[in-house]
Write a protein that binds this ligand. Structure first.
Ligand SMILES: Nc1ncnc2c1ncn2[C@@H]1O[C@H](COP(=O)(O)OP(=O)(O)OP(=O)(O)O)[C@@H](O)[C@H]1O
Ligand code: NI
Length: 336
């Protein structure tokens, strides 16, 4: 197998704060293959945004980042600020949570798309304009030619988000990172933008790293899913394996929140631990209905194989899959 397009290994991100050191991301591993759609899921505060923003160093200076982030063979943690600049918004595009912040109110949307094209590619203004109109049209801006000279405030929230997508696509990225691209929008518009991103990914052979709370969206668009909790990865699986055969108690609890899958014993009580003082052992153990004594001590459990479906590895970081603790999946399922 060829190397993945993006490979993140032992990523650690800490913030010095007045309350102590926040361990926002603590030893995270994941890959995104060329053209693959990977979804990062997990409760609010689990470190999804920080993990994504580490990739092209978008974090504030108070962040200390360790680990390896390989993109197409280059370790981004190790490359110069100017090299990184050329990846950011170039081969690696970002769609941010709030479209309001991503657009500049003093330039027309057309100018902003043209700028995004010309910054990374040596094309004439006229060509860039043509491409920009085509892009705006492709992302669903009606009468793109006529709207080219409009300012962001003349667009609705959903339309602004489409413009943001057009800007991210302008340099023809190999990887698009979309962090809950639609939280500020209403549900129907959210779905439209997500569908658009998924279509564009497929159409362009572009890899997507997608952060979302919406497991319905995950089921529809993901090839693989990475489940994070309190700065760590709990489970990584192909999308079918994750929904049909979730291995980690945390994943099961998340899935139980989906309509029609509710199991009152699996819903999660409590809240995320204090990020400056996370529990020892498995960080989920204080909330885990299946925790045993060994879950409360030592390091985070190492990921272990929970099988493989159609060649996609399924890994789970849970002691219940340890040989010493034989509580196999069958037993747990019998409980349900
Ligand atoms: N600049 C910062 N300074 C200090 N702590 C931070 C900073 N940015 C994030 N954090 C902390 O890092 C942890 C992870 O935050 P992050 O935003 O990555 O979570 P998330 O999974 O993206 O949550 P959400 O689903 O709400 O977007 C949280 O405890 C958060 O408070
Ligand atoms: Ni976030």
């Amino acid at each position: 197998m060829s190397d993945p397009l993006l490979s993140v290994r032992d990523l650690r991100v800490r913030f010095e704060t007045d309350d102590g050191v926040v361990r926002a991301v603590d030893g995270v591993d994941f890959d995104v293959a060329e053209g693959e759609t990977v979804c990062l899921v997990g409760e609010s505060g689990s470190g999804k945004t920080v993990a994504c923003e580490s990739i092209t160093r978008l974090l504030p200076d108070s962040a200390a980042v360790d680990g390896e982030i390989r993109f197409d063979g280059t370790d981004l943690t190790d490359c110069s600020a100017s090299d990184l600049e050329s990846y950011r918004g170039g081969r690696i595009g970002h769609v941010f949570q709030n479209p309001q912040d991503a657009l500049d109110p003093v330039y027309t949307v057309g100018e902003q798309v043209v700028e995004a094209i010309r910054i990374h590619r040596d094309v004439s203004k006229a060509t860039a304009r043509e491409e920009a109109v085509a892009l705006l049209d492709r992302v669903g801006i009606g009468e793109a030619e006529a709207r080219f000279d409009d300012y962001p405030h003349q667009f609705s929230g959903g339309m602004k988000q489409r413009v943001v997508v057009a800007i991210a696509l302008a340099p023809d990225p190999d990887l698009l990172i979309a962090d809950e691209p639609t939280t500020a929008l209403d549900v129907t518009i959210q779905r439209q933008v997500l569908d658009l991103l998924a279509d564009l990914g497929a159409e362009r052979g572009m890899a997507l790293l997608f952060v979302t709370h919406d497991l319905g969206v995950v089921a529809e668009i993901a090839d693989r899913v990475v489940v994070m909790y309190a700065g760590e990865v709990m489970e990584t699986a192909g999308v079918r394996a994750l929904f049909d055969d979730p291995a980690h108690p945390y994943t099961r609890a998340l899935l139980a929140c989906l309509p029609g899958r509710g199991d009152p014993f699996e819903t999660i009580g409590g809240s995320l631990p204090d990020p400056t003082d996370p529990p020892e052992g498995c960080r989920f153990h204080p909330r885990c209905p299946h925790a045993v004594e060994d879950c409360e001590t030592g390091d985070h459990p190492m990921p272990r194989s929970a099988g493989s479906v159609s060649g996609t590895d399924h890994e789970v970081a849970c002691l219940l899959y340890d040989d010493d603790h034989a509580l196999p999946r069958e037993l747990e399922v019998a409980d349900d």
